[in-house]
Design a protein around this ligand. Structure first.
Ligand code: SAM
Ligand code: SF4
Length: 333
């Protein structure tokens, strides 16, 4: 019998031990940078993984050395059976975590604790109610803020993701950092990335360098400590001296971290995307439903991974026009 490989390794020697699973393409918010204005077409339920299929496929990844699984979406916590998925994945020998907009997180506190989840990423792009509600095209700001408080009270590590977009929320960098000085929140500023239907423009992204300059100018260089990066970190992290929280910058556009990438993405319809920006997808769900082995498909999909940005050159206004990709909400961020 052929020996099963221990790890999922690509042709550049990168070991892939971190799986991000999208539970659904649906969402209770409508963030303009994530979802096209016209929305995404709702597809028949049968094209998506059921809870049982998702757990079975996840187990195959774990047998191939995956050590960390993040649930994402769309909004993972509005998936029917999200509770079953969290409980079942919680039994695996992995670090389980979740990225959520936190609108309904209060309903899952006990489930998440029981499943051993320690750290949760919450997306919040503005600390100003009106602005956040404009960005997300819904009115859940106060619910999200009180749910972040609830997570902190329950001793979860809370990382807050904020996509920074010029003339939208770039004036709030200092306020977010101040928040990390006052509370144990770990804010990560994300450069605005191009996806289908989000009207990305080079000038709308705020670069790593610009963000850091703004923060240094306000707090002063002497007040800011760099935090040593861990392997596979995507954010470069900092702390205001003595602060309970931290802040970091994820610079996918101006300074990608592809060299140390260990991520595999599984879409809600059961397809592997070997990079956020890859055009190729590998259909695991159909193979699984036909009782075909999925391990060779997983290994081939990762072996075909490009060195950088899914095989694209650095993004420019001209190159993104040719970019063929799903919208972020249907990939799973
Ligand atoms: N609904 C959940 C949430 O918002 O946290 C999970 C899914 S969401 C697609 C995952 C992450 O992708 C969020 O932190 C969101 O801010 C980020 N994201 C979405 N579109 C993006 C874009 N165009 N550029 C950068 N980050 C983006
Ligand atoms: Fe929904 Fe998250 Fe996308 Fe916002 S970023 S529309 S919360 S999936």
């Amino acid at each position: 019998m052929e020996a099963v490989p221990q790890n999922i390794v690509d042709k550049f020697g990168r070991v892939h031990d971190y799986l991000r699973i999208s539970l659904t393409e649906r969402c209770n918010l409508r963030c303009f940078y994530c979802m096209p204005e016209e929305g995404v077409a709702l597809r028949e339920r049968s094209v998506f993984m059921t809870a049982e299929e998702l757990v079975a496929i996840a187990k195959t990844f774990v047998s191939l050395g995956v050590k960390k699984i993040r649930l994402t979406g769309g909004e993972p916590l509005i998936k029917k059976n999200a509770e079953i998925i969290i409980r079942e994945l919680g039994k695996l020998p992995i670090e389980l975590t979740i990225t959520t907009n936190a609108v309904v997180v209060d309903r899952y506190i006990d489930v998440m604790k029981e499943a051993g989840i320690k750290s949760i990423n919450v997306s919040l792009d503005s600390l100003k109610e009106e602005r956040f509600n404009d960005i997300s095209r819904r009115n859940y700001f106060s619910k999200i803020v009180s749910n972040i408080e609830l997570l902190l009270k329950n001793d979860f590590i809370v990382k807050v993701n904020a996509v920074i977009i010029r003339d939208v929320n770039d004036s709030e960098l200092v306020d977010f950092v101040q928040w990390s000085k006052d509370k144990p929140v770990h804010v990560r500023f994300i450069e605005f990335m191009p996806f289908d239907g989000n009207n990305w423009d080079w000038d709308k992204k705020v670069s790593y360098k610009e963000m850091l300059e703004d923060i240094y100018n306000h707090f002063g260089e002497g007040e800011i400590q760099k935090i040593e990066p861990k392997p596979n970190d995507t954010a470069r992290n900092f702390r205001i001296k003595g602060a309970p929280g931290t802040f970091g910058i994820i610079s996918t556009v101006t300074n990608p971290f592809c060299d140390t990438c260990n991520r595999i993405r599984l879409t809600a319809d059961g397809k592997i995307k070997n990079c956020l920006f890859s055009e190729d997808e590998t259909d695991l769900l159909t193979a699984y439903r036909k009782n075909q082995p999925i391990t060779p498909k997983i290994l081939d999909a990762i072996n075909a991974k490009h060195k950088e940005l899914g095989g694209h050159e650095k993004f420019t206004n001209e190159s993104v026009v040719l970019l063929k990709n799903r919208s972020m909400i249907t990939i799973g961020g």
